[in-house]
Design a protein around this ligand. Structure first.
Ligand code: PGA
Length: 241
């Protein structure tokens, strides 16, 4: 069963968020085969609404980030426990936009994943190299280091999903080549072992989804921009069959 995760990022207001979630719930309920599990990660302001709209469809909700602590004086932050309480089953941690804009370190990401596990959430831990790192031939060592330091000792295949998202492919329209995805996913598999679900993310579109989803060691996709377009995202989900 492929995991198809839509990361809405900082996009969506009540009306369009509800319409998108309702359409996807309708699509999943009527899908002939259930070869995918869909997860929607809307902005926190829409979690309750999206959760309501997808109820009974089998679609799960996820947060886009969480704090390392369960509660406290952390203005503006959201804890894993709060996400769980809002109906989430998943949370993305260590997205490259968080690593970049909020200077999140591997140690912090590991603590966030641990907090997610403590709250009963599945952590989607993101790793991936920059353009400069790949040009320097360092992609494997960078990803190995991120895996070593951002996965907490509580991580198991039941509570953790790993998303390989090359930074240069996110929101750029540049998808990693089939060969690049194949070799990096084999490399990650060799590091973490069997059982963990491995996602690819970075400019996944309906047109590229089938090939990506049928690459060895690719158990699903993490989709940003294309997850905001209902038909495009449905086509990506359909490509998992
Ligand atoms: P993108 O984003 O699909 O827009 O490249 C992917 C992600 O950031 O998870």
């Amino acid at each position: 069963m492929k995991l198809i995760v839509g990361n809405w990022k900082m996009n969506g207001l009540t009306a369009d968020g509800r319409a998108r979630a309702e359409s996807l719930a309708h699509f999943i309920k009527n899908a002939q085969d259930s070869s995918c599990k869909m997860v929607l990660c809307p902005p926190a302001t829409l979690l309750a609404l999206v959760g309501d709209a997808v109820q009974g469809s089998g679609i799960s909700c996820g947060g886009q980030d969480c704090h390392t602590e369960a509660s406290g004086a952390f203005t503006g932050d959201i804890s894993a426990q709060m996400l769980k309480d809002s109906g989430c089953d998943y949370v993305i941690v260590g997205h490259s936009e968080r690593r970049q804009h909020h200077r999140e370190t591997d140690a912090e990401i590991s603590a966030k994943a641990k907090a997610a596990h403590a709250a009963g959430l599945i952590a989607i831990v993101c790793v991936g190299e920059t353009d400069a790192e790949r040009s320097a031939g360092k992609e494997e060592s960078v990803v190995a280091e991120q895996l070593k330091n951002s996965l907490p000792d509580t991580a198991t295949p039941e509570n953790t999903v790993i998303a390989y998202e090359p930074v240069w492919a996110i929101g750029t329209g540049k998808v990693a080549s089939a060969e690049d995805i194949k070799s990096m996913h084999a490399f990650i598999r060799s590091k973490v072992g069997e059982g963990f679900q491995l996602l690819y993310g970075g400019s996944v579109k309906a047109s590229s989804a089938a090939d990506i989803l049928h690459t060895p060691n690719v158990d699903g996709v993490l989709v940003g921009g294309a997850s905001l377009k209902v038909e495009e995202f449905q086509a990506i989900a359909a490509a998992s069959g």
